[in-house]
Design a protein around this ligand. Structure first.
Ligand SMILES: *[C@@H]1O[C@H](CO)[C@@H](O)[C@H](O)[C@H]1NC(C)=O
Ligand SMILES: *[C@@H]1O[C@H](CO)[C@@H](O)[C@H](O)[C@H]1NC(C)=O
Ligand SMILES: *[C@@H]1O[C@H](CO)[C@@H](O)[C@H](O)[C@H]1NC(C)=O
Ligand SMILES: *[C@@H]1O[C@H](CO)[C@@H](O)[C@H](O)[C@H]1NC(C)=O
Ligand SMILES: *[C@@H]1O[C@H](CO)[C@@H](O)[C@H](O)[C@H]1NC(C)=O
Length: 572
């Protein structure tokens, strides 16, 4: 097992984000911290046209002016940060197919960071005829004005980040979370430029980006929250759809109701895949092994129970000491279900070590929670959780601010799923959110007869966007098709599937949609044998030779790890 340990660094990132766990499993992830500061966004002057500057090796960056308020087109501007990995063919070539915009979810995830890391890999997936474009939605990270309610990182650390919390952690967890939301949202009211931050405006911004490329229609791939953004665009501008892939689909109606109550339908299915996979893999490959799925479930429950009253102290290297408490462990297990093929095995090792009471948890290499910057300007483009809160709370219908309301919501969520005690915190986070501007922006219904049909992708056991949402979404869009990927995990990027990859490529390149009832298998094993290297092919998976040849595992892994990074810092 120790070889797994040495390859693995699980970082506890207590910085921005709702799911405050960053998983650093792949060398590509290390580049991220450097990427943040390698390029000076402040050096680009925002412009009404796309003016590209070289950045992030082989990429180009630009800041595009858009109206802050689309009802006042001549008024104040927002500057949208864009990164592109340019097509392999020049724009005047007959082979050139225009830009594909990508959104990595969150809400609040940075498309710039995602493309800076994975632009060339995505170009392998989507095709070299396309420009691969990442953008930070308005309010987020490198786009200005950035949403930020705190003047220093120290202040943010003290009061900010209403992180997703398990409200069953202690008897006052719910009360504390609610009270904290009141304070946080007062900071927002006093400090924030949040009024124009919503999905409606971001959809309009996407159309501006498309037009700035000299084109009329959108080509887009959105995962997770990106499915809301794609569906909102398709509803507002049905005639402007050239290709839209939405993948890991959120129930948009439920999202705009600010309920977050339809996310957990398949969570236990994904957890069951952990239990079943662990039993099948045996004790060599799964350290948390027991003879039956029920026994593993029991062991996990026992661990949760014990940690609820007795957090586990971890004395690490300098700056690396931690308490692993119930809340952290519960969120870790939920986050693990997003990325089974990379995380099941290492997290099983962690659970086993915790259950044994190992003092040295060698796989935990903590990351400093924050530093006091010498130069605050350096951090002006950091991705902070405030933008996520602004998008969620502005988009959704007003949440009553009383504690009783919060408690009622918690009780309802706790009844729907054993993970409801975590997801309940999303709505409660909006308790006390400033409601000073009337909500005139798009809040559904998402529906439309689009100029090109949508390709909608769902996994059979997605822990946070159940397959049912994809089917519901498909009913709302004329001619759209649901492609099912047969695996646990969040979005198609959770599992390596030449079949899914092939359909996505065909859709973008040739406009071919799969039949409605296609179920794509995935490669790989949930608990790979410790000795084995690379991809272990599932016996039962059969692909056409062409599909298999098109698939590039390295490119897929790069895309997956950058998506994983975007998402484990965020919610969806
Ligand atoms: C946007 O502009 C319109 C027209 O001036 C105005 O009525 C509206 O309140 C503005 N929206 C926001 C959020 O300020
Ligand atoms: C699971 O529980 C069984 C019986 O209670 C125990 O013998 C075993 O060590 C536990 N396994 C783990 C990995 O905690
Ligand atoms: C809260 O935790 C206790 C102890 O682990 C558990 O028995 C109970 O079902 C949990 N309640 C909810 C609502 O999740
Ligand atoms: C969708 O639009 C097309 C083209 O305008 C039209 O032919 C078709 O009847 C519409 N379908 C529906 C269900 O409205
Ligand atoms: C697209 O269509 C062309 C011509 O029909 C075909 O040769 C090619 O294989 C298709 N490409 C994909 C990715 O399906």
């Amino acid at each position: 097992m120790s070889s797994t340990y040495t390859k693995l660094i699980v970082g506890w990132v207590a910085l921005a984000g709702l799911l405050v766990l960053g998983f650093r499993l792949n060398p590509i992830d290390y580049a991220v911290e450097n990427i943040q500061h390698e390029f000076s966004w402040a050096s680009i002057v925002p412009s009404d046209k796309l003016e590209w500057t070289d950045c992030y090796s082989a990429h180009q960056c630009a800041r595009l002016n858009v109206p802050l308020n689309y009802s006042e087109p001549e008024g104040e501007k927002a500057a949208i940060a864009l990164t592109r990995y340019p097509a392999a063919v020049p724009a005047d070539s007959p082979l050139y197919r225009g830009p594909v915009l990508f959104n990595p979810g969150g809400p609040g995830g940075s498309g710039v960071d995602m493309i800076a890391l994975a632009g060339s890999a995505l170009a392998v997936m989507v095709g070299p005829e396309f420009d691969i474009i990442g953008f930070d939605p308005r309010g987020v990270s490198h786009s200005t004005p950035r949403v930020s309610f705190f003047e220093t990182n120290m202040e943010r650390n003290a009061w900010g980040n209403p992180s997703l919390t398990d409200l069953n952690s202690s008897s006052d967890a719910l009360g504390r979370f609610w009270a904290r939301a009141q304070v946080y949202n007062r900071f927002a009211a006093e400090r924030g430029s949040y009024q124009h931050i919503n999905t409606d405006n971001t959809a309009r911004d996407m159309l501006q980006i498309v037009r700035a490329h000299g084109r009329e229609k959108l080509q887009y791939w959105g995962i997770s929250y990106g499915s809301v953004l794609g569906a909102v665009f398709a509803s507002m501008f049905p005639d402007k759809v050239e290709r839209i892939v939405i993948d890991g689909v959120v129930d948009a109606e439920n999202y705009f109701d600010a309920l977050w109550s339809n996310n957990l339908l398949d969570t236990d299915k994904a957890l069951q895949a952990f239990f079943d996979g662990c039993v099948a893999a045996g004790p060599e490959a799964c350290a948390f092994h027991a003879p039956t799925p029920e026994a593993i479930f029991k062991n996990l429950t026992t661990l949760f129970k014990s940690i609820q009253t007795r957090p586990i102290p971890v004395h690490g290297p300098p700056g690396g000491s931690r308490l692993i408490d119930y809340d952290l462990l519960r969120r870790l297990v939920l986050a693990t279900l997003y990325w089974p093929y990379s995380l099941f095995s290492p997290v099983a090792a962690l659970l086993a070590a915790l259950a044994r009471g190992d003092e040295a948890l060698p796989i935990l290499l903590p990351i400093p929670t924050f530093e006091c910057p010498n130069d605050p300007a350096e951090h002006q483009f950091d991705n902070v959780a405030d933008s996520q809160v602004a998008i969620i709370c502005n988009d959704g219908r007003a949440v009553p601010s009383g504690f009783d309301e919060a408690e009622k919501h918690y009780q309802m969520m706790a009844k729907t799923s054993s993970w409801g005690s975590i997801l309940a915190s999303v709505r409660i986070m909006c308790s006390g959110w400033p409601e000073d501007t009337p909500k005139r922006h798009f809040q559904g219904p998402v529906t439309g007869n689009t100029s090109f049909p949508l390709l909608i992708i769902g996994n059979t056991a997605d822990p946070i966007t159940p397959l049912q949402n994809a089917k519901k979404m498909s009913k709302a869009f004329t001619g759209s098709v649901v492609l099912t990927q047969d695996c646990p995990g969040h979005t198609s990027l959770a599992g390596a599937s030449p079949c899914t990859w092939g359909y996505i490529r065909e859709y973008f390149l040739n406009g071919t949609l799969p039949d409605n009832d296609i179920v794509c298998p995935v490669l790989g094993s949930l608990f790979p044998n410790p000795g084995a290297s690379g991809l272990q092919e599932n016996e039962q998976t059969v692909f056409s030779a062409a599909r298999r040849d098109m698939f590039n595992f390295e490119a897929f892994e790069t895309v997956q790890s950058s998506a994983r990074r975007s998402m484990t810092n965020f919610l969806l």
